[in-house]
Design a protein around this ligand. Structure first.
Ligand code: MIC
Ligand code: SF4
Length: 752
């Protein structure tokens, strides 16, 4: 087994005594979230309850996972820290860099050639620092973690925002930037604002066309993309227990779309049987023995409003299938309302492509339900209208799905099977004709649907639904088709109705460790070599420390209008290939964001030339002139991904501060870690005062203390100026990151 069972055994062995100690100290019934967090404190015992949403706390996660697109920067930073190996078990997964075009085999072969340098770097550095390495084609990070490493009651961090997937196996699993992973891998505590907790009670039981995915589609609609920020979502109730373990993982995975820190379910039978089916019966036995410590206390379940900061109830028996989108995951439309919504909003009704799979929805259960629909369509002599693509989550799932005949059924309806990798979900889909930017609709079972996300076309309306709904709507070719009520006409002109999806309840025994590379104990003394002429990889140069001065007359770079996700800040797709080369990837900085002054993307005023140029070009010129620049944004700035490139690029390009109406958690931390000031308007209306040709002062940095505020002055070119206050959320230790130039500079200093 790849997971070190000895560590898990030790963890469960100590758990009851640890929980007892917590109980004595806090004298308060405990939620599951608290049980896990309080038993993972870094270097100290709990003395009293932490204040949720107020106290910064250091944790000691059990493990770290990294995927290829973020692992490169994480490893490059880790290498600067000067350690011989990772202080905790860690793994690297090659999944994001595989381009989906001609099908699994050819695409993987191409990926091996195109990404050879990066894969070699990740393999050799993993080996050098005692980190597990998973080759391209083995599967998507969260699936591999789920099948091999996750265990109930554990805590992990991962350099990907969908790390919370492991909450389906009862783990507090949190998405972070690479610099956070470095903290844990060098053996430091990992800091987090102690989260608030949203309790979600699931009652009833799923039936018919409704699936676990619909729970999170519905909840994302309720909470919006901001509503989970600063919270862990804890699920419970008989409905929760009735869900499969992989269904729970889907819910936790997509919980990231609400901004939540992570989501979690308590240990139950479904987890036990998944652990057994994936060859981890040893863990089931250990967890069973301490099971009362792997769920919340009964007082919490009896009186949830008292112990959770927010409480929501969802009745699974009444839940309808949902379709979310377009362009944002929180427009949630119940399927019965889709006709009306599509008409009202002018969404293109013809579905051109349906895509299933990804890290969110590619379990055996998911594929079996989708295959039952596809098989039924064949029996009914229906001719599928839309194209159909499948990205299995892992080699193991693919193997079982192949054996069961699911993949063949998909092929028979014209489906194409891509590699076990992210592919279309991260813009690595070489979709024919997408360069023509036609207005069109696609539907997929992934989690995100930001503009340009899958195929780079800003006019592709991406909708998110369960795999079975995606399959049905691909067959019908219509976004407005409701399989619960509508009929279709088959090749013989008969009116037919699709059956409800059927789950296969067969358990899957997996083969072990396909494509997994063990760290090489003898590699400790070898050097990881990077070609100085490489366009894919570049050694990092430490950022300069703060010069001790306030910011005076720093020009505005861009005032962003509306949604600004990490995809807007540091686009994926084509740019993924530069994820290990800071200078090259900085060429994509903010090229997707809308300039509020001219409504255009990637066109901002160059104050030095009084003309317009691209954002990266202007930023570079302002940096090189010694001025640097400042960015202004709106709500939930940096929503979405964990990619710290979105924070390293502005640092590299001389951006001194980002002032926004609010920030997404991971991005705000990433900015702090890299030495860029994330500041929030005290009064959101002050955003309107910023003019295109302003220079900006930020004063008060000399008195930078937790809870302090700064004064921002806008110097307008007509000679007038306006001042207002901005907040920061730095604590004492984080202020030191800023002063040192980056968090990594502190690690390097301490090492010396
Ligand atoms: C995503 O789903 O947006 C990604 C691509 O997996 C990112 C990570 C990345 O940008 O490399 C994420 O979720 O953190
Ligand atoms: Fe990959 Fe998509 Fe999952 Fe991100 S959300 S890890 S890109 S499959």
């Amino acid at each position: 087994m790849i997971l070190d069972i000895g560590l898990v055994e030790k963890f469960y062995g100590e758990l009851p005594a640890k929980i007892e100690a917590v109980r004595k100290a806090v004298r308060h019934p405990l939620t599951l979230t608290e049980k896990i967090l309080y038993t993972h404190l870094y270097g100290k015992n709990v003395e009293s309850l932490f204040k949720r949403g107020t106290d910064y706390v250091e944790f000691a996660p059990d493990r770290v996972a990294m995927q290829d697109a973020t692992a490169q920067m994480a490893m490059l930073q880790f290498m600067m820290a000067g350690r011989d190996n990772s202080a905790v078990p860690a793994s690297v997964h090659c999944d994001h860099l595989v381009i989906a075009r001609d099908g699994a085999d050819t695409d993987l072969e191409n990926a091996g050639v195109v990404n050879r340098e990066v894969y070699d770097f990740l393999r050799s550095s993993s080996s050098r620092y005692n980190i597990d390495f998973w080759k391209a084609g083995t599967g998507i990070i969260h699936q591999i973690v789920f099948e091999n490493y996750a265990f109930p009651g554990g805590m992990m961090i991962g350099t990907d925002s969908h790390t919370p997937n492991a909450g389906g196996l009862g783990m507090v699993a949190i998405g972070v930037g690479g610099a956070d992973a470095v903290d844990v891998m060098v053996g430091m505590g990992w800091e987090l604002l102690f989260p608030k907790i949203i309790g979600v009670k699931l009652t009833g039981k799923l039936n018919g066309w409704t699936s676990a995915k619909d729970v999170i589609l519905h909840l994302t609609g309720l909470l919006t993309v901001k509503g989970g920020t600063g919270h862990i979502i804890e699920y419970f109730g008989e409905g929760a227990e009735s869900l499969s373990c992989t269904g729970k993982a889907t819910i936790c995975n997509m919980g990231a779309e609400t901004g939540a820190t992570c989501s979690i379910f308590g240990f139950d039978k479904s987890m036990a049987s998944y652990l057994d089916a994936t060859g981890r019966g040893g863990i089931t036995k250990l967890a069973d023995a301490v099971s009362e410590n792997l769920v919340a206390d009964k007082e919490v379940y009896e009186n949830p409003s008292r112990y959770f900061d927010q409480f929501i109830e969802i009745n699974l028996s009444e839940l309808e299938p949902h379709i979310n989108g377009p362009f944002t995951p929180d427009i949630a439309t119940p399927i019965s309302k889709m006709k009306e919504a599509a008409m009202k909003n002018g969404w293109p009704a013809d579905v051109e492509v349906g895509l299933i799979g990804s890290c969110t929805n590619s379990s055996f259960e998911d594929l079996s339900r989708a295959a039952s629909i596809a098989g039924n369509a064949l029996d009914l002599k229906l001719v599928p209208v839309a194209e159909f693509k499948v990205s299995p989550g892992s080699a193991r799932i693919q193997e079982v799905a192949e054996k069961e005949g699911f993949l063949d059924t998909f092929r028979k309806i014209g489906g194409q099977v891509f590699a076990n990798a992210c592919g279309p979900c991260i813009g690595q889909w070489d979709r024919k004709g997408s360069d023509k930017q036609q207005v069109n609709t696609i539907i997929h079972s992934f989690n995100r649907n930001f503009s340009k996300r899958t195929d780079g076309n800003p006019n592709t309306h991406g909708f998110v639904a369960s795999p079975e709904i995606v399959t049905a709507l691909s067959i019908a070719g219509k976004l407005t088709f409701n399989p619960l009520t509508d009929t279709l006409v088959n090749s013989e002109g008969q009116e037919v109705r699709l059956n409800e999806p059927v789950s296969s309840d067969r358990q899957l025994m997996f083969v072990n460790g396909n494509g997994y590379v063990k760290p090489d104990k003898n590699a400790v003394n070898t050097d990881v070599v990077i070609d100085p002429n490489s366009e894919r990889l570049q050694m990092l140069t430490p950022f300069r420390e703060w010069d001790g001065k306030d910011l005076i007359r720093v020009p505005l770079l861009i005032k962003v209008k509306g949604k600004c996700t990490t995809d807007h800040i540091s686009m994926a797709g084509y740019w993924l290939k530069f994820r290990g080369h800071l200078e090259n990837i900085s060429g994509n900085y903010m090229i997707g964001a809308v300039n509020s002054f001219n409504g255009k993307v990637n066109s901002v005023l160059n104050p030095m030339k009084c003309g317009y140029d691209t954002v990266p070009a202007v930023a570079k010129e302002l940096r090189d002139s010694g001025n640097g620049s400042i960015v202004i944004g709106e709500e939930n700035f940096g929503e979405g991904s964990s990619r710290e490139h979105a924070a390293m690029e502005p640092r590299f390009l001389g951006i001194r501060a980002v002032i926004a109406k609010s920030f997404a958690r991971i991005h705000e931390t990433n900015l702090k870690k890299q030495g860029v000031l994330p500041l929030t308007f005290m009064y959101k209306e002050d955003y309107d005062k910023v003019r295109e040709d302003d220079t900006i002062d930020i004063k008060g940095l000399g008195q930078f203390t937790p809870g302090s505020s700064f004064v921002v002055t806008l110097n307008h070119t007509d000679g007038t100026n306006e001042s207002f206050q901005v907040f920061h959320s730095y604590n004492t230790a984080q202020i030191e990151w800023f002063k040192a130039g980056s968090a990594l500079n502190i690690i390097r200093k301490n090492r010396k």
